[in-house]
Design a binder for this molecule. Structure first.
Ligand SMILES: [Zn+2]
Ligand SMILES: [Zn+2]
Length: 246
């Protein structure tokens, strides 16, 4: 369980990067070897990183095998390394892995919005509002059914290819709906990700999200969703994040 002290200081938050894929994620570059990631993080002066490989419906619980392999390779370093996973909530109350698998992870980063993936449930109502409501219900099911550490790129609509402008989906969330779910998760010590790619692709929404989260008093974790070594250093995004969020 990783739930740090509450802070809204981006310069402090960028010292943690809690969303990094190793080569075990098919979408990551072969250069994402465990100790090369750690070395890169160490050189960037990061305090803590989380390795968060993808699960898949084709091989449920495979992330437990990844974790064992990563732990066997991991060398000593100044950076604290959490060996976790990016875990799929692929429908309302639907998960890819057994709960016992997810619970082994040092960092349980749940995602509710990989709608581009074959095994993901699509909402019946395929309007922007339909997707927004679906994601809110999925997030609620994670809060109710799993002990998550954080949500990956929450509410982000970039993986929904139904609309010319995916921002229509993020505009369809109401402030009070965001506040309610963020507060509910916060009460269970679940953090909210500031996913650098998502924030930069939808500044209007993530400014709103950050302000609501601050009001509610929730904890934010920064994740760069690194698939290559050059994205491991989260401090490179500090200025851009401040412009958008503050
Ligand atoms: Zn993701
Ligand atoms: Zn990811």
């Amino acid at each position: 369980m990783f739930f740090h002290e509450k802070t809204y200081d981006i310069d402090e938050l960028v010292r943690y990067n809690t969303h990094i894929h190793t080569h075990f994620s098919g979408c990551a570059k072969p250069e994402m070897q465990v100790n090369d990631i750690v070395k890169t993080a160490e050189e960037a002066g990061l305090k803590l990183i989380a390795l968060t490989d993808h699960d898949t419906a084709d091989k449920p619980n495979i992330v437990a095998d990844f974790r064992k392999q990563i732990l066997s390779e991991l060398e000593e370093s100044k950076v604290k390394v959490l060996v976790g996973a990016e875990l799929s909530c692929c429908g309302i109350g639907k998960f890819v892995n057994d709960i016992s698998c997810d619970e082994q992870m040092d960092y349980k980063l749940y995602t509710m919005n990989h709608f581009h993936v074959r095994f993901w449930d699509q909402p019946e109502d395929k309007t922007p509002r339909g997707f927004a409501v679906q994601m809110l219900k999925m997030a609620e099911s994670v809060v109710d059914m799993r002990q998550a550490d954080c949500f990956a790129h929450p509410f982000h609509a970039g993986y929904i290819h139904n609309f010319d402008d995916p921002h229509e989906v993020t505009r369809a969330y109401k402030d009070n709906e965001l506040g309610d779910i963020m507060e509910k998760a916060n009460n269970k010590q679940i953090a909210w990700e500031l996913n650098t790619g998502a924030v930069m692709s939808d500044p209007e929404f993530y400014h709103r999200y950050f302000q609501i989260g601050k009001e509610v008093g929730c904890v934010f974790n920064i994740g760069t969703d690194a698939h290559r070594l050059c994205a491991v250093d989260s401090t490179q995004f500090a200025e851009r994040l401040k412009e958008i969020l503050y």
